[in-house]
Structures are given as C-alpha cells and as structure tokens.
Write a protein that binds this ligand. Structure first.
Ligand code: OXD
Length: 307
C-alpha cells in the first residue's frame, strides 16, 4: 500500500488525498511510524534531515510552486525527484493578489486612505490605464495567468522570462537584454520568479534605477529576489513610489524590520497564494499514479534550470 508522509499544518490533505487514491495511506508528521514504510513525502519547509531519514522515499512533492524550502535542507537526499505543485486555485489566488496590489497603487489608495484619516475630500484619478504598463517577471503558469488578467482589465502587459516565450496579448521579453529593454517601460513591476542562483537579488539598485521614476514594486516571488537595502533607498529618495511585499528573506518578518513601519510599503504575511487541498490533490495523486505505473512524472524540478 503506497504511503505518503505529510508535513503541513493543513490537515485537510489527510482526507482529500485518499479520496482520489483510496489505497493511499497518509501519515502526518511528526507521526512518521516506520520510516522505511514511506514512499512519498508532501512537504512545506521540511526540517533538515527529515527526508534523508526516509530510506525508501521515491518522490518528494513540494507544497508550493517553489522548491527552495526543500533545497534549503543541507541533508537533502540526492537523486529523488522533487515535484512542484500545480494548483489552479493557487494560481487564481496569486492573480487576485497581483490585481489587488496593482489597483491599490493605480487607484491612489494610499493617498485616499491618508485623506480619509483627515476627513479630506480629494478626488484622485489614475494614470490612463491603456498607457500604463505592467511588467511581470516570470512567465510560468502563475505569471501567465496574472499577465492575462491584467491585460483583460486594460493594462498593456510585458512579461519577462529566462528563455523566449509567446503569450497572446503580452509583449514578451527574455534574457538580460530583454530585461533592460522592458524595465523602463513599466510603471508596475510584479515578481513571481522562482528563486534560483540567477534570480537571487535580481531587484537591486541597478534594476530599480532602470524603472521609470514613480514606479511600484510588487513582490510575490521570494524575499531573496529583492535587495532590501536597495529597495528602501529607492523608496526613500522617491524614485520608487511604493512597494507591496508578500515575501521576505526572513519569515515571519522580524518586528524591527523597516518595512513594517515604512509609509510607502504594504507588508502581507506570505498569503498571496495558498495551495488548496480540494483543487491540488488530484494533480498530486495523478503523479503518484504515474509513478506507480512507471510513467514519467509531471512538473519535476530541474536542477539545471533551478526550478
Ligand atoms: C509557493 C508559495 O511556493 O506559496 O507556492 O510561496
């Protein structure tokens, strides 16, 4: 009987997974039982050494689109495929968050909320939407969904990826030259990149300087994408007009971090997109079935690409 170890606070997986594969036994960390009996692991932030302690582990499933929380384990056993989650509802949530952040700035909500505190009736209008471009860094499933939805509400949308991509209605750029060409055009920039060696610290002083004055930064990728001191400096001199940040180098964001109190920063607690058992379980089980049947797994992390 295939057995899966779940390391998550979301207990709904325990019922949801066997609904799709009644033979599947789910053990909930820390109740591991006999480590040798575990075939699959479905994990978020596994404690270092946990995966190595499972001698018959065959596939690691990430409870996130990112796998950095698994790769951070210095004792990660080599040669075991890691599968990234693909959840249509998570994708939808991420797009909602991106729209919320863009529209929050675009419709001058920071100024309107400040006016309200002083009972000030000041009507404020956005820039002309069809001439106000948004750039999306990362054109995977989530980035493409965000780009399409922004496009549907009338923004010109640019997308950037490592290698060339085509997405209907989106102006696609790639590589370093593509990034240099895209940044000066974008009033809003949204990061949904995976965190890799190539993308670590991508939002640094040079990147921010390349954006037009008054641009806004939205980070829903990983904290490691942003060089915090460079973003804070760009906010303080007014080149960047605001930031909407969901992810941070250290989470929870420490109480003394300057982002918390910064008047131009919105901090949210890594809640842009959650993986929902009801919508994500079937794709996980489909991969378990593929594995049991000796077929190729879908959505496997590729070390050479870094995601
Ligand atoms: C993810 C996340 O990687 O929620 O999916 O951060």
């Amino acid at each position: 009987m295939p057995t899966l170890l779940l390391k998550s606070q979301t207990t709904a997986w325990i019922e949801e997974l066997p609904r799709h594969l009644p033979d599947l036994k789910v053990r909930h960390y820390p109740d591991i039982g006999d480590p040798a009996g575990i075939d699959y692991a479905l994990v978020w932030l596994p404690p270092p050494g946990l995966l190595k302690s499972l001698p018959n582990l065959k596939v690691i499933f990430s409870l996130g689109a990112g796998v950095d929380h698994i790769l951070a384990d210095p004792e990660l056993p080599a040669g075991i495929p890691i599968v990234r989650i693909s959840d249509p509802h998570q994708c939808h949530l991420m797009s909602e968050y991106a729209l919320l952040a863009v529209l929050y700035f675009h419709r001058a909500m920071p100024a309107i909320l400040a006016d309200q505190l002083q009972a000030k009736w000041t009507r404020r209008w956005p820039l002309y939407t069809p001439e106000t471009a948004v750039g999306v860094l990362g054109l995977g499933e989530i980035g493409q969904d965000i780009a399409r939805k922004l496009c549907a509400i009338g923004f010109p949308v640019h997308g950037w990826s490592r290698s060339p991509k085509r997405v209907d209605g989106i102006t696609c750029h790639h590589g370093q030259a593509g990034l240099r060409a895209m940044l000066p055009l974008c009033r809003y920039i949204i990061c949904v990149l995976p965190l890799t060696e190539a993308t670590q610290g991508i939002i640094d002083a040079a990147f921010l300087q390349a954006l037009p004055p008054g641009a806004f930064v939205i980070n829903m990728g990983r904290g490691g994408h942003v060089v915090d001191k460079d973003l804070l400096a760009a906010l303080d001199i007014g080149h960047i007009a605001g930031a909407f940040l969901d992810v941070f180098d250290v989470e929870p964001l420490p109480p003394a971090h300057p982002y918390w109190q910064h008047p131009k920063v919105v901090v949210t607690p890594h809640c842009a997109g959650d993986v929902v058992p009801r919508t994500a379980a079937s794709a996980i089980v489909a991969n378990i079935r593929r594995h049991l049947g000796g077929d190729k797994l879908h959505n496997v992390y590729q070390p050479d690409r870094g995601y």
